[in-house]
Design a protein around this ligand. Sequence first.
Ligand SMILES: *Cc1c(COP(=O)(O)O)cnc(C)c1O
Length: 456
Amino acid sequence: MDAPNPVNEQLRQLPAVDRLIAAAGGGDRVRWSLGAAARAVLEEARAALRAGGAPEPLETLAERTRERAAALERPFPRRVLNATGVVLHTNLGRAPLAPEAAEAVARIAAGYSDLELDVARGERGSRSTRIAERIRLLSGAEAALVVNNNAAGLLLAVDALAGGREVVLSRGELVEIGGSFRVPEILASSRARLREVGTTNRTHLRDYENAIGPGTALLLKVHRSNFEIRGFTAEVSLRELAALGARTGLPVIEDRGSGTFLDLRPSGIPEAEVWGGLREGADLVLFSGDKLLGGPQAGIVAGRATLVERMRTHPLARALRVDKLTLAALDWTLRALLEGEAEARIPVLRMLLTPLAALRERAERLAAELAAQGWKTSVEARASVVGGGALPDLELPGAVVRLEPSGSAAELATQLRAQDPPVIARIHQGALLLDPRTLDAAECGTLIAHLRRLID
Ligand SMILES: *Cc1c(COP(=O)(O)O)cnc(C)c1O
């Protein structure tokens, strides 16, 4: 007989699932999460032993089981506090909705609605006409369409309008945004063919002109949402491209990424308004609902009616359509824009446009409260970025609280993420930076309470 294999022996000595559940505190009625957690922990323990790890005592396995069960039970997504000052933070769900928009969502979610019913006539209605009308009123566009997100808008546009033919795009605009949105890959997954023109840094009008032929379906311009090209550069403006489109009879589509119906230039936020693109001659503009617009995740398409109609009746439109919850949130956001004072009512705009003096005052107050708890704090001038693949170069003047723990800032950041609700903050040179731009008064109160518990 062979000598006993110590790993097999160690595997045999792992507790049975029931015993681990009992050790983790499972009583007569075992919670669903404890069973699932115990099985997962045992699976990990087996893998660790096979990989040469040391056996772990029952209590360690039980502790891990409890932690895992608690994690399984936690709702997802969870509310977090954004202390980074990045208003459109893709990892943190981009645009927070106004409370009224959230209430509209809750109201529609919990009952039946007239989503596809014309109540007055008692006939079938359309889920899209009312929202499209609001977008038309805001943008001056002939027609509009809402889909799941901007990526869906682009996919639908190129497939519906250029299926089997070519989409001409500058090599300087073959962008990747947020890791999963890559323009060439969207094109590749449609029936349209990408025709790249120009070079990374320089594209001229003649590059487009030379590429146009019988197989060309449309000219595409993609906003460089998250980077800039500097130095020896040349770019064809939307206006020039639109003129070329008009000369050659080709539609011009602008993927703006971020768009809003307000002119924010007086507030120092450049060229975001959607009708700018339409005015410059784009036949269609595409943009996200949850970037500068400040609404729910959605892709908005606005422009020429014949093109929108081809997209609306394309089979993919059904697969990419938005649900009633999105429509309810978007409808509130669009109405707020139509009614005015959107800068005060839409959280994204309110946060972006908060005056520096107000940010400084909020930072001073937060710093004073934390100092009173014994934390070492100071207030420093620091710009916030917009984020969300919007306006890469724009830095908004701001003020942050610099909190210097006696121990490690990374450790404090981890502890803050372990709170309920978790706080997400930036670390800079051994300190934690707390940016009041993205925290409201109640959230500041929660943050102060968290830090009172964590004082070192
Ligand atoms: C953000 C962005 C997208 C992707 O928009 P989603 O709504 O996230 O799908 C597409 N194009 C540009 C230029 C963008 O900035």
